[in-house]
Design a protein around this ligand. Structure first.
Ligand code: ADP
Length: 226
């Protein structure tokens, strides 16, 4: 599903964010990406969604080499990838329903699909009763669940989560983790960048640890340990 072949990324200001990354993530895996601030986790995610291109090496998603992808192919490519962030990134002047529906509208889904898929995904994340509410009226955990609903409403093959529990208390974080596990069980590959040692240690999933832009550890059923 995700293949990095000797990938390096140096930004235009000469900051070296990643060097010599070789990594293969199979379809259906759940992988934690850990490492101190500045280790290169966000850069890794940006390379996967082709927000950045590698300076050296190849990034392949499915069979697609992202360096060879044409500009007009990028929006279609991104439709198969859901992304959630620490700060939710919801549209403040749209309701919960509209925030999630928007993800379908941009891909020109029919009204019928919107009216079917949005309530179904809000039910999954436990926000059926909040459809008409605006984001500012929700708790942090609820906002993250809206963000998650928006990321998965399109049934992506791949979900990337960049510090999704970074602003949440432990109980609320576990609620988000339960949802991510459920989404993973349904077949979506998940890569989650995190600093949350408790979560990583209790989940016992594959852990890829980055330090100074390099992979220093890659373990099945790993722990956080930096
Ligand atoms: P992490 O997500 O692990 O905190 P990042 O991928 O954000 O790490 O950053 C890795 C390194 O690349 C850091 O030194 C950071 O300052 C640098 N960096 C990130 N984005 C940019 C950018 N757009 N331009 C220049 N340097 C950047």
């Amino acid at each position: 599903m995700i293949q990095f072949q000797r990938v390096s990324k140096t930004y235009s200001n000469k900051t070296i964010a990643l060097t010599g990354i070789d990594l293969f993530i199979e379809k259906g895996e759940f992988v934690f990406l850990v490492g101190p601030s500045g280790a290169g986790k966000t850069t890794f995610i940006k390379l996967v969604i082709r927000r950045e291109l590698p300076t050296e090496g190849q990034v392949l998603i499915g069979r697609k080499n992202l360096s060879l992808m044409k500009n007009h192919e990028i929006p279609i490519f991104r439709r198969n990838i859901g992304v959630i962030f620490q700060d939710y990134k919801l549209l403040p002047n749209k309701t919960v329903f509209e925030n999630v529906a928007f993800a379908l509208e941009v891909i020109e889904a029919s009204r019928k699909d919107v009216l079917k898929q949005v309530p179904a995904v809000l039910e999954l994340v436990g926000l059926k009763d909040k459809a008409k509410v605006f984001p500012t009226e929700l708790s942090g955990g609820e906002q993250q669940r809206v963000s998650l609903a928006r990321a998965i409403v399109n049934r992506p093959l791949l979900l990337l989560a960049d510090e999704p529990t970074g602003n949440l208390d432990p109980d609320t974080s576990w609620g988000i983790m339960d949802l991510l596990m459920e989404i993973n069980k349904r077949g979506t590959t998940i890569v989650m960048a995190t600093h949350n040692k408790n979560i990583v240690d209790r989940m016992r999933r594959r852990v890829v640890a980055l330090e100074n832009g390099q992979i220093v550890r890659d373990e099945q059923k790993g722990v956080y340990d930096i």
